[in-house]
Design a protein. Structure first.
Length: 217
């Protein structure tokens, strides 16, 4: 009898323990386990597809940047070409006004020929020759400066550079020639006359040279 009661008590305690254990496994734990399962990372296939899409996007972006860079370079190149064309126009080697300046030069000579002491100069009177050729030289020298100033203003820099070197050489030759003529009569009354005649002739000829070479009608 005692054994039977003991068996019943043990059985009851065992069932009670099992029931309590079953109740201790709550729905919240199931939900937690389900949530953890939902947060598992994507499969390798999904990750690979995502990486491929990202790579294609990067390549397309790089290609767009390269195309834009090429187009920008081409535009810069075109701008440089246009700028170069504007910077180096066709050189100007002649200016207008040839006919007018030839008339001016001819009128200088006519004016000198009308001077009162021209006749005495032609007769060889020393003072008259000094006056005539001295004034004539000054007038043609002023005309030469006017012509040279116009050319300096209108001609292209490269053309004017050559003319400047040529003009400096001409001045040197003019003075050397005049000095040689003076020395022929050194100490005589005709010394200064010879100097002025040489200067007058060289300067007058140079005026016509510049007008005919660097001017056009």
């Amino acid at each position: 009898m005692k054994k039977s009661k003991m068996f019943i008590v043990v059985s009851f305690l065992t069932m009670l323990f099992v029931f309590m254990s079953a109740c201790s496994h709550s729905p919240e734990e199931d939900a937690s386990n389900q949530s953890e399962s939902d947060t598992i990372p994507a499969s390798k296939d999904d990750s690979s597809q995502s990486n491929d899409a990202s790579t294609e996007s990067t390549v397309e972006s790089n290609n767009n940047e390269e195309n834009q860079s090429k187009e920008s370079s081409m535009e810069d190149s075109n701008v440089q070409v246009d700028s170069s064309q504007e910077e180096y126009p066709t050189p100007i080697s002649k200016v207008e006004g040839r006919k007018d300046y030839l008339n001016k030069l001819d009128n200088i000579q006519k004016e000198m020929d009308a001077m009162p002491y021209k006749k005495d100069s032609d007769k060889g009177v020393t003072n008259a020759m000094k006056n005539y050729y001295g004034v004539s030289y000054d007038k043609y020298d002023n005309a030469l400066n006017e012509i040279y100033t116009l050319l300096k203003k209108e001609l292209s820099p490269e053309v004017m550079k050559e003319l400047k070197a040529e003009q400096l050489k001409w001045i040197e030759q003019k003075e050397e020639k005049a000095e040689k003529e003076r020395l022929k009569y050194e100490g005589g009354t005709f010394e200064n006359v010879a100097l002025l005649i040489s200067l007058y002739e060289s300067t007058k000829n140079r005026c016509y040279e510049l007008v005919n070479e660097y001017m056009t009608d």
